[in-house]
Design a binder for this molecule. Structure first.
Ligand SMILES: Nc1ncnc2c1ncn2[C@@H]1O[C@H](COP(=O)(O)OP(=O)(O)OP(=O)(O)O)[C@@H](O)[C@H]1O
Length: 344
């Protein structure tokens, strides 16, 4: 793997995303959209890596690239050391035993005319050639494991609440004992109390089965409870990465600070303090932060913007907390006395 200051030393990553870029083509008259730009990340066995950022920052695209569902322009994605970037249909089918996904809206991905039992048994019948009685026993055990009654197997998706449907989606993801689950906004549509239950379930399952999660969320507060490390995307670029305790309480990049300021907290004084520090009111469209291909993607909204932020892409640098940041403020450049732009 290409040496990168973004990556702490980790023995044998399960998943490596190595300088990956993804571009969507939008017709002949519109330039392609660089949804993910030269991102390098890895996930260790048993680890949860959270990917956070605003809507449109490229989080789902990155997850989809791992799943083979997004057009990877450059770089490599490796799973257990094997390059899967452009895996063909047959290889993808084999990989689906090891890499599974849980989406935000399980209702959309659960077949409404199949019982839960039929849906959950399907991977067994396809991949493991189990007879239906053996598959049924596995389904019952899995339903119990995710906190649903055994008779859930005979019911249809419409009979379940949002939280129960998410348990079903998790059960389906687990049926073939995968090593990596991509959770794409998996708890975003749920009430806070149900969110907490599902996050606890995911943590328990991780401990029990040694699972790794790539946990995609727009909500820094949610990832605080589940992830070991957090990576922050902005307009497809990785701007900060580090241990969860640091990134979610004392981040280095002005963009992450602004994301944190936007998280509601119970203490009004604390909220005011955070909001006064940074905010995220001006939102240029993805890929249009400064109207240039270079420069920092946050330069149009950052209260510390310097000339160099507009013209040069900040290089990744190590920060003392063990994380990394891509910000000219932390790359040996001093802050100008009069910032060129103020966050509003
Ligand atoms: N299939 C596609 N074709 C063209 N553009 C796409 C496609 N999927 C995503 N995009 C664009 O790529 C950019 C990144 O989208 P993506 O969904 O990855 O972001 P995100 O951070 O997951 O945001 P959200 O949480 O809103 O889904 C956006 O500008 C989006 O409009």
């Amino acid at each position: 793997m290409t040496a990168s200051p973004w990556e702490p030393d980790m023995p044998e990553p399960l998943l490596e995303i190595d300088q990956v870029s993804v571009e969507y083509h939008r017709g002949r008259r519109t330039p392609p959209l660089r949804a993910v730009d030269n991102v390098t990340l890895s996930v260790a066995p048993g680890e949860t890596l959270a990917i956070v950022g605003e809507s449109g920052s490229g989080k789902s695209t990155l997850g989809n690239a791992v799943l083979g569902l997004a057009p990877v322009l450059g770089g490599a994605i490796r799973f257990r050391g094997r390059d899967i970037t452009h895996a063909d249909h047959r290889e993808r089918r084999a990989l689906s035993r090891h890499i599974q996904v849980v989406f935000q809206d399980p209702y959309g991905s659960l077949n409404p005319v199949r019982t839960i039992g039929q849906t959950l048994a399907e991977p067994f019948l396809v991949h493991r050639n189990l007879d239906s009685a053996a598959a049924r026993a596995e389904v019952t055990a899995m339903l119990r494991r995710v906190g649903l009654p055994a008779d859930a197997a005979d019911r249809y998706p419409a009979k379940f609440s949002g939280g129960q449907r998410q348990r079903i989606a998790i059960a389906r993801a687990l049926m073939l004992s995968p090593q990596l689950i991509i959770c794409d906004e998996a708890v975003s549509a749920l009430d806070l109390s149900v969110q907490a239950q599902i996050l606890n379930l995911l943590s328990d399952l991780q401990r029990e089965f040694g699972l790794s999660y790539l946990f995609i969320s727009h909500d820094l507060d949610v990832v605080r409870h589940i992830s070991h490390r957090v990576a922050v995307l902005l307009h497809g670029r990785l701007v900060e990465q580090g241990p969860t305790a640091v990134v979610t309480t004392d981040p280095t990049h002005p963009y992450t600070q602004a994301l944190l300021a936007a998280v509601p907290v119970p203490d009004p004084q604390e909220q005011l303090r955070r909001r006064t520090r940074r905010n995220l009111e001006k939102r240029p469209r993805p890929g249009e932060s400064s109207g240039r291909s270079g420069g920092c993607p946050f330069s149009g909204r950052c209260m510390h913007t310097m000339e160099i932020c507009i013209t040069e892409t900040p290089p990744p640098s190590n920060v003392s907390s063990g994380g990394m940041v891509a910000c000219h403020l932390h790359a040996g450049h001093v802050l100008l006395e009069t910032p060129t732009q103020q966050a509003v």
